[in-house]
Design a protein around this ligand. Structure first.
Ligand SMILES: Cc1ncc(COP(=O)(O)O)c(C=O)c1O
Length: 397
């Protein structure tokens, strides 16, 4: 049977994180491994009401097939929010609603990538993008992330190479590192991109989850005028179960994305779109997002404080101003894969860093999620991690 699989299947693997999540199903394990929002913040009652109202008032329409582009009032709502929250002009016609923002990656791969094209990805980079683009058999080229964004010298050299089709970037509270591009880096990256033919893909599912520091303008629309697409998602501000995201793209690109989407799934669930719109319209979404920010700020502060208190010397951490993750770097030569075995024995889990590096480096790094554990579990989990790190450090001496 294996001889029948397409060549492309040889280069794509099961998501490493989904595999780890199986281990952490044991309820006695405190897991910082998943990338899950805090379910206590899901607006269950308001969603129940929105679903009931929509079905009662327009059931026949809501349960019918619909257009590929998506529900127009929801596209307008997203465009209005870009204006009010970020001060950028987006034409609702340029928005294509998708089945999660994850689908945008698949569609962009279908529309732009030939086998052997180069794709720039951050080092470390989002695993879901690596998996999605891998189906199109590109050559990944990585650009290192510094505390304020990509290494500009590296980026400039890569952009001078042949067949560099796209640069995939997560400029706000990146998954996995939690890092954010500064205003200066945004400007500098935009200048480099503007001189090249490479498409800039700006993935921004966490932008609204800033709980400290200053708001940053998206590169697309804010600094770059064309040859860019901007991705967004309802997963982290409402609920991921709806599988609702979007891409902002000018008409030529959008037309091609629409064709690819028609072939993939005709359109995104009409039921999801209509309920989400109703929820957004009938509730104070700003107050809801503020509640998420406030909770994640406390969880992130607890995690950072506990790491600083309990972890041994020599461990470096990022201190994100938003989002759901922070990133740990162990001293050179240590393996977070080995550490994971010890950690699971101590009933705590995280995601080792290596899968986030397409060049095979990052052995001494790992990702911690702070959004999906309360403060009590964060403190207990970090203490358990600290115990295994101390054992690990002394075994390495
Ligand atoms: C950077 C990034 N992009 C895209 C996604 C996919 O999100 P969605 O639920 O909108 O498909 C995630 C999910 O964790 C993510 O971290």
């Amino acid at each position: 049977m294996a001889t029948k699989f397409a060549d492309r299947m040889q280069t794509v693997h099961r998501s490493f994180i989904r595999e780890i999540l199986k281990v952490t199903e044991d309820p006695s394990i405190i897991s910082f491994a998943g990338g899950l929002p805090n379910p206590e913040l899901f607006p269950v009652e308001a969603m129940r009401k929105a679903a009931s109202d929509v079905l009662a008032e327009s059931g026949k329409e809501v349960l019918q097939y619909s257009t590929t582009e998506g529900y127009q009032p929801l596209r307008k709502f997203i465009a209005d929010r870009y204006k009010s929250e970020k001060g950028i002009e987006v034409d609702p016609e340029d928005i294509l609603l998708t089945t999660g923002s994850q689908q945008c990656l698949d569609l962009l791969g279908k529309v732009f990538l030939n086998s052997g094209d180069r794709v720039i990805i951050e080092r470390p980079g989002y695993l879901g993008a690596i998996q999605s683009f891998s189906f199109f058999q590109p050559e990944f080229v990585t650009v290192g992330l510094e505390n304020d964004g990509p290494d500009l010298n590296e980026l400039e050299k890569i952009l001078a190479m042949d067949k560099v089709k796209m640069f995939y970037a997560v400029p706000n509270f990146q998954n996995p590192s939690g890092l954010t591009y500064s205003a200066e880096k945004r400007k500098a990256v935009a200048e480099l991109m503007a001189e090249s033919d490479t498409l800039f893909i700006e993935d921004d599912p966490y932008g609204e989850l800033r709980f400290m520091g200053e708001h940053q303008t998206p590169l697309s629309k804010g600094y770059l005028k064309d040859n860019c697409v901007l991705l967004g998602s309802f997963s982290k501000i409402a609920a991921p179960g709806f599988r609702l995201g979007w891409v902002v793209a000018e008409s030529e690109v959008r037309d091609k994305l629409v064709i690819a989407k028609q072939a993939s799934d005709l359109h995104t669930s009409t039921v999801s779109q209509r309920i989400m719109y109703r929820f957004m319209k009938d509730n104070d979404i700003d107050a809801h997002i503020e509640k998420i920010r406030e909770r994640y700020r406390r969880q992130r502060e607890t995690m950072v404080e506990c790491i600083e208190k309990y972890f041994p010397e020599g461990v470096e951490i990022t201190k994100p101003e938003g989002g759901m993750f922070l990133w740990i770097t162990l001293p050179e030569g240590m393996s977070s894969m080995d550490l994971l075995d010890t950690a699971v024995a101590h009933k705590v889990a995280f995601v080792p860093g290596r899968p986030f590096y397409v060049d095979g480096s990052g052995e001494n790094t790992f990702r911690l999620n702070f959004s999906n554990s309360d403060e009590e579990h964060i403190e207990e989990g970090i203490k358990r991690m600290a115990d295994c790190l101390k054992d690990f450090f002394s075994a390495k001496k």
